[in-house]
Design a protein around this ligand. Structure first.
Ligand SMILES: Cc1ncc(COP(=O)(O)O)c(C=O)c1O
Length: 322
């Protein structure tokens, strides 16, 4: 990847002159089944630009429970786009019926319903794949009510590998999609926002307003192209490793883990014998890096720098912590 970065031809992307960024944008648009894509520094910026490009201030955005945009983007949606969020369903996923029940009739007292945001895979719920029949039905219900649909597909590659469904098929019913090349794909920086040309023209302007226009960004896009070439299919290894870890943790007294819930590269488990925070601190002393989701629950993520042998060792060390 570092070699690809140093060899990438570059130009000034603020002026649209970087050939490697252009190549990545075309490739990503094609893979995601949209006509246009825009390279941005992060998934957070892609989601925020999507809110700005779809919504006016005071509009209402429907999201799943624990959505990244609500939970982990520092309150940026209300701050920059001026939107309010309404949560639909529980634990990340929801159905078209739940969405329809939540949308209120037009009334001067209510915010204007404008956007539905789906997250696939869903981070906080433990990397779950959003069932495609629900995505299809949600998009149909949203469009019938003149709402747009944004897909936070930071890990759409994981959803694709887990289901065997091409990313373009997963993104087909939605109007815009964010996808990341960092995280599981291993690039140091980089995400895209994809959609139709009008949407991307608005997004381009907001990227500039947020300071996301980059100059010789081809060195970063080169890493992302390398990730697409070499690091997508191998996500299946991360999924296998996550299942192995979950199996091992499920037999440790003091932890509660359901291997059947592991669908991709995230393992979510509960610590029953101490606080999640204490467990994470003790695990770090053992050289195993985890994140506390809340008081009880912990998240482990597998990725391309973690081997099957590392997983066995991590499971052993975590059982020692208990
Ligand atoms: C579902 C989801 N969306 C968006 C993001 C934000 O990506 P970034 O860290 O590149 O801002 C993340 C990061 O973990 C995520 O899990």
């Amino acid at each position: 990847m570092r070699t690809a970065m140093t060899q990438a031809p570059v130009g000034d992307d603020v002026w649209g002159e970087d050939p490697t960024v252009a190549r990545l944008q075309e490739r990503a648009a094609d893979l995601l089944g949209k006509s246009t894509a825009l390279f941005v520094p992060s998934g957070t910026m892609a989601n925020q630009i999507a809110l700005l490009s779809h919504c006016d201030r005071a509009d209402e955005v429907f999201v799943g429970d624990g959505s990244h945009t609500v939970f982990y983007e520092s309150g940026a949606g209300p701050a920059w786009a001026g939107v309010s969020f309404t949560v639909v369903g529980r634990d990340g996923l929801f159905t078209a019926e739940q969405l329809v029940e939540t949308i209120r009739p037009p009334d001067q007292h209510f915010p204007r319903p404008r956007l539905v945001a789906i997250e696939n895979t869903h981070n906080r719920s433990g990397g779950r794949v959003f069932p495609q029949h629900d995505v299809d039905a949600i998009a149909e219900a949203a469009h019938a009510r003149a709402l747009s649909v944004h897909l936070d597909g930071a890990r759409i590659w994981n959803a694709s590998v887990a289901t065997g469904c091409p990313p373009a098929t997963l993104c087909e019913p939605v109007d815009s999609v964010c996808a990341c090349f960092s995280k599981g794909l291993g690039a140091p920086v980089g995400s895209v926002l994809a959609g139709d040309p009008d949407f991307i023209a608005r997004a381009h302007r907001y990227r500039k307003m947020l300071g996301g226009g980059m100059r010789q960004a081809g060195i970063l896009a080169g890493a992302c192209l390398h990730a697409l070439d070499h690091h997508v299919e191998r996500l299946a290894d991360d999924h296998d490793n996550a299942r192995v870890l979950a199996e091992a943790l499920s037999s440790v007294d003091g932890l509660s883990c359901e291997p059947a819930r592991v669908e991709t590269n995230i393992v979510r488990f509960e610590v029953t014998s101490m606080s999640a925070r204490d467990f994470v601190a003790l695990a770090a002393e053992q050289g195993v890096k985890l994140a506390a989701i809340d008081r009880r629950r912990v998240r482990a993520v597998t990725h391309l720098d973690v081997s099957a042998a590392d997983i066995r060792e991590a499971a052993l060390r975590l059982s020692r912590v208990i």
